[in-house]
Ligand binder design. Structure first.
Ligand code: SF4
Length: 269
């Protein structure tokens, strides 16, 4: 870095500190990238410093753009990944994630099924359609939130057999770093883990849904709500189970400071 560029960055950071009650901050993603690169380039630091001088709207747009670029880079690596040789052979394609890179709300499932493997998008089968209905009841479109799985490849099943199998702990452990990167980039306000397998993949915690759901957990300082996987609701159509998921989603809406109508409060999925 030349002295003049360094002076520019320091001057910009000083101005921010003078104008604000808070110290200038770097995101965890930015820190991770700097640590990984072990190198501070003029352009990265200058861009980061100058972005703090932009209006909130411009900053929001710039962050969204950067997040999309960062996610695209991870998506490219996932698309070429062969860490699980057996899954790399059996998959039709990887299933990275879908939605708003700047989402406040991020859903995490366990792994792609046959429909997702074919279409390359998470939660597009029957369970996914139910998730879309849940989102609609929350006044969200799929495009408003971000949806991803622990595993980016469909767990293989014997040739000629139907259905899906859950991912193994070893498979989840291998693929987890990609999800961690997605969360680091998106930095959602609230995370929702769908089902006990997703929780095991994310937190390494094995417990029953009875023990896990309906209350707040924390993942890397981000509030995490755990609820049933939509596939469970397709298997168990009892109104009491549907209501439990909806009550979990009401807690999510409250945490996001979203308005909740009387109709929503009384809603049954
Ligand atoms: S499951 Fe994840 S780690 Fe394994 S091959 Fe697919 S993308 Fe790579």
């Amino acid at each position: 870095m030349t002295q003049s560029a360094l002076d520019l960055v320091i001057a910009a950071l000083e101005r921010i500190r003078e104008k604000s009650d808070h110290e200038p901050r770097a995101s965890r993603t930015a820190l991770a990238r700097l640590q990984a690169a072990d190198l501070v380039t003029v352009s990265v630091v200058t861009t980061a410093a100058l972005s703090d001088c932009l209006s909130p709207t411009a900053r929001h747009l710039q962050a969204a753009g950067n997040k999309a670029d960062l996610l695209a880079a991870v998506r490219e690596r996932v698309g070429a990944c062969t860490r699980c040789a057996h899954l790399a052979c059996s998959r039709t394609q990887t299933v990275f994630g879908v939605g708003n890179p700047n989402a406040d709300l991020m859903f995490i499932g366990e792994a792609p099924g046959a429909d997702e493997d074919q279409q390359g998008e998470p939660f597009v089968g029957r369970a996914g359609q139910l998730l879309t209905r849940i989102l609609k009841a929350m006044n969200f479109a799929r495009e408003d939130v971000y949806i991803a799985n622990i595993l980016k490849c469909r767990p293989d099943v014997p040739a000629g057999s139907f259905g899906n199998r859950p991912p193994t702990p070893a498979e989840m452990q291998t693929c987890r770093p990609y999800l961690v990167e997605q969360i680091e980039i998106i930095q959602p306000t609230v995370l929702v883990a769908l089902g006990a397998v997703a929780v095991e993949g994310l937190l390494g915690t094995r417990a029953t849904m009875r023990e896990l759901r309906g209350r707040w957990h924390i993942y890397n300082s981000i509030p995490l709500m755990i609820t049933y996987h939509p596939a469970y609701l397709l298997r168990n159509q009892a109104p009491s189970e549907k209501r439990k998921v909806w009550e979990d989603m009401l807690q999510v809406l409250e945490r996001l400071d979203r308005p909740i109508s009387e109709r929503q409060r009384n809603y049954f999925l």
